[in-house]
Design a protein. Structure first.
Length: 397
């Protein structure tokens, strides 16, 4: 279960993860429930009145127990951790009910072996499934010798094909879950590395300055009684060093807080995919001579736009484009974020867009945001080259 198609496009359904809302629960239920079509033969057999009252009641009870065990096993266990005891218990229930019901009630019940094969392929490890699925087919043929070998032969390829197909789906889901966990681990390691780098840089910045301040403070204390002039000089040096240390720390923190466009683009891809939004995001951007302040403003614009898409728009598609354009005011770097959602609640720009417009204006850029033909569109532009010094503009003398 990876996608479901709607009129508005393709919406991804999370793989290997419990449903997050009613819609995803419905999609997953339909995906699993559609395979219950093979129950039409047993249901028709019971409804046709070909058995006595006792056999019919036992048949309904057995069929109900079989479907409940099947749904509990497949709905809960596909690609997700499930205790081996629960898997074996529910699998044993299916493995007993399928041959017993088919043997006692007739060939119309041979379709239950299809569900048994699906359960083996979806929940068992790959090596175990490769042995269990042919065993299910062989068991069906043995039962078919008593109730109808022709029907058993017809179902045998289907039992094998569907079982091994579900085994592949289960393996794919398990791989997706492991990949998601690995991605979270990588993100955590990256955050830890960034903390270590910040600690190391702050140590390098402040270690020397604080040592010097300590030394000069001791000197000033010793000089103060007999040489107040020299002590005053030491105090002046302390003030100068402390001011420089403050400037260095501010520059370092500003550098850490300033977002980078390449980093934001990578984060956008992850955030949109995790939210079930089909994302069209460019690869590594070609920034050229874009000033750092302009790049930072554009990165903030991207972050704000994608946050609005995920939280408020209800969109299932989002396209991010990054283009170099030549305008009358010079070259600009243009960022466009367009989705097919509703644009979120409210009639006017929120605080986020207002602050974003002010940030872009400080960097010499502009912001356009509003409803597009099929959703909402945000366009941010910043100068693609450093501004010319004021003294050089119009100097014709």
């Amino acid at each position: 279960m990876t996608q479901d198609r709607t009129a508005g496009g393709t919406r991804h359904v999370p793989v290997g993860r419990p449903p997050r809302n009613r819609r995803e629960l419905l999609v997953k239920t339909l995906w699993i429930g559609v395979w219950l079509v093979f129950l039409s033969s047993p249901v028709g057999d019971l409804a046709g009145g070909g058995h006595g009252a006792g056999a019919t009641a036992a048949g309904w009870a057995g069929l109900t127990a079989f479907v409940a065990a099947y749904l509990a096993l497949v709905f809960r266990a596909v690609g997700r951790p499930f205790s081996p005891r629960a898997v074996l218990t529910l699998g044993a229930v299916l493995g007993v009910l399928a041959p017993v019901l088919a043997y006692t009630l007739g060939s119309a019940w041979l379709g239950l072996f299809v569900y048994l094969s699906v359960a083996c392929g979806a929940t068992l490890p790959l090596r175990a499934a490769c042995g269990a699925i042919p065993a299910v087919g062989a068991l069906m043929l043995l039962v078919g010798l008593h109730v109808g070998i022709g029907e058993a032969r017809d179902l045998f390829p289907l039992v094998l094909l569907i079982g091994f197909a579900m085994s592949g789906v289960g393996q794919l889901v398990r791989t997706t879950v492991e990949l998601r966990r690995a991605r979270a681990t990588v993100a955590q390691l990256a955050a830890n590395e960034e903390r270590l780098r910040l600690a190391r840089d702050l140590h390098d910045l402040l270690g020397h300055s604080l040592s010097l301040i300590t030394l000069k403070s001791e000197l000033a204390g010793r000089m103060l009684p007999d040489h107040p002039g020299k002590a005053a000089q030491q105090v002046a040096d302390i003030e100068r060093v402390s001011r420089q240390a403050l400037v260095d720390v501010r520059e370092a923190v500003t550098g850490y807080r300033r977002p980078r466009l390449a980093t934001e683009l990578a984060g956008v891809q992850v955030a949109l995919t995790a939210a079930g939004v089909t994302a069209l995001v460019p690869a590594e951007p070609e920034l050229g001579a874009v000033p750092e302040e302009a790049e930072s403003a554009l990165a903030w614009a991207l972050r704000e736009a994608v946050t609005n898409v995920v939280r408020h728009s209800g969109a299932d598609r989002c396209a991010v484009r990054l283009l170099h354009r030549q305008t009358l005011d010079g070259p600009v770097l243009e960022l466009a974020v367009e989705d097919n959602g509703s644009g979120g609640p409210g009639n006017g720009p929120g605080n986020g867009l207002t602050g974003l417009a002010e940030r872009l204006e400080q960097a010499g850029g502009t912001l356009e945001a509003g409803r597009a033909r099929h959703g909402f569109r945000l366009v941010a532009r910043v100068p693609a080259s450093p501004a010319a010094p004021a003294a050089d503009i119009g100097s014709g003398a």
